[in-house]
Ligand binder design. Structure first.
Ligand code: NAD
Ligand code: WQD
Length: 339
């Protein structure tokens, strides 16, 4: 089977390409390299022994996307990662986010209809739940009003896919990721944050390596056991494996539902302080940090009810928090050695 992976040189996409190739799928990546590097292709082939096909263009370009589908007329399924993902930037530049994340989805869906490709795996996010009233949060929990334009693009995308699936021969699995962290065990691929990282783990590893003075812990007065906010962190390789299962599920027509949503997390919540302690424990490196005020817009706590993914997909996240923080640290050190 040939799989189109959009955003395949990015963080989650590159790890998914590796898992797809390991399972014998042929992969073609489309990426405009707006948030990733062409070098990732060589790194993937160092891991798997196989360089994926690659086309560099912007998926918001409808003509170029249509041409691509004409050229690659043997694609069996699509995993659509390509999107902008910085929450804060989306508040500052909402149109940039709505245009990129939605127009690229329109072009993908149009390409699927025109070329009779029926199966789509879509990268959604736990951000669609906002601050849930009941924890752990299940797929049936209410979708709350999005807190950012970025989050809204995920909610709207889910609706566009659901509506399109009702009128065309399209099936989709919406994967709602919790907090993906860590890197491939080879330390050849990982997350490449551009500029000052907003997310916890890259800021933490950059602090430990000396690029940042100290980690700012956003708030210690939350209603949680140690006062810091709680998230469900999931290793990116565990997450990548779920995409392969999703593709196989659709190919084998295991479910008769046109659209299904799955939570992808470990089902365990960890506080910021617990992540710091895990990092120190797994790496042996002491971390400088300071408690700051809360970060505006942050939710207090969220973790996933993963039972639907566990039973229906037969998938379960395996890696521990210590494995996640250690792999992130190995990746940060590998990046430092490259420079
Ligand atoms: P990433 O930025 O590392 O990867 C996205 C890739 O898409 C990049 O390589 C970028 O160059 C490419 N891209 C963006 N717009 C494009 C366009 N118009 N045309 C072609 N290529 C384009 O991000 P990631 O962390 O790997 O995230 C992948 C997906 O998962 C995104 O849809 C993101 O919203 C979603 N997601 C990410 C997280 C997270 O914390 N990383 C959590 C939930 C959901
Ligand atoms: C995690 C925790 C921070 C940085 C975001 C998006 C979400 C999803 C995943 C895409 C929070 C704290 C962080 C720092 C800190 N992405 N923190 N110091 O905010 O849970 O989720 O990424 O869909 O949509 O909103 O992730 O890594 O930014 O924060 O104390 O320097 O770490 O306050 O409690 P978040 P994060």
């Amino acid at each position: 089977m040939k799989i189109l992976v959009t955003g395949g040189t990015g963080y989650i996409g590159s790890h998914t390409v590796v898992e797809l190739q390991k399972k014998g799928f042929e992969v073609v990546i489309v990426d405009n390299l707006s948030n990733s590097s062409i070098d990732v292709l060589d790194c993937i082939s160092k891991i798997t022994g196989e360089k994926p096909l690659f086309e560099k263009f912007d998926l918001t370009d409808s003509e170029r996307t249509a041409e691509f589908f004409k050229l690659h007329n043997d694609i069996n399924a699509i995993i659509h990662f390509a999107a902008y993902k910085a929450v804060g930037e989306s508040v500052e530049f909402p149109l940039k986010y709505y245009r990129n994340n939605l127009v690229s989805l329109f072009n993908i869906l149009q390409g699927m209809i025109d070329n009779e490709i029926s199966d789509l795996v879509f990268s959604s996010s736990c951000t669609v739940y906002g601050q849930p009233e009941v924890l752990p949060v299940s797929e049936n929990s209410p979708i709350l009003k999005a807190a950012s334009p970025y989050g809204n693009t995920k909610q709207i995308s889910e609706e566009i896919i659901t509506d399109t699936a009702k009128s065309a021969n399209i099936r989709s699995i919406l994967l709602r990721y919790f907090n993906p962290i860590g890197a491939h065990e080879s330390a050849l691929i990982g997350e490449l944050p551009i500029g000052v990282p907003g997310n916890l783990i890259p800021y933490m590893t950059q602090t430990a390596i000396g690029k940042r003075d100290f980690l700012r812990v956003w708030g210690s007065d939350y209603d949680t056991p140690d006062g810091t906010a709680i998230r469900d962190y999931i290793h990116v390789v565990d997450l990548a494996k779920a995409h392969v299962i999703a593709v196989e599920r659709m190919a084998s027509r295991k479910s008769d539902k046109q659209v299904e949503a799955f939570n992808l997390g470990t089902g365990n919540g960890f506080s910021v302080m617990e992540v710091i302690h895990s990092f120190e424990h797994s790496t042996g490196v002491k971390l400088k940090y300071k408690i700051m005020n809360r970060r505006p817009g942050d939710i207090v706590k969220v973790w996933a009810d993963t039972s639907f993914a566990n039973t229906e997909l037969g998938w379960k996240a395996e890696k521990t928090l210590d494995e996640m923080t250690l792999s992130a640290w190995k990746w940060e050190k590998a990046l430092a050695e490259k420079k």
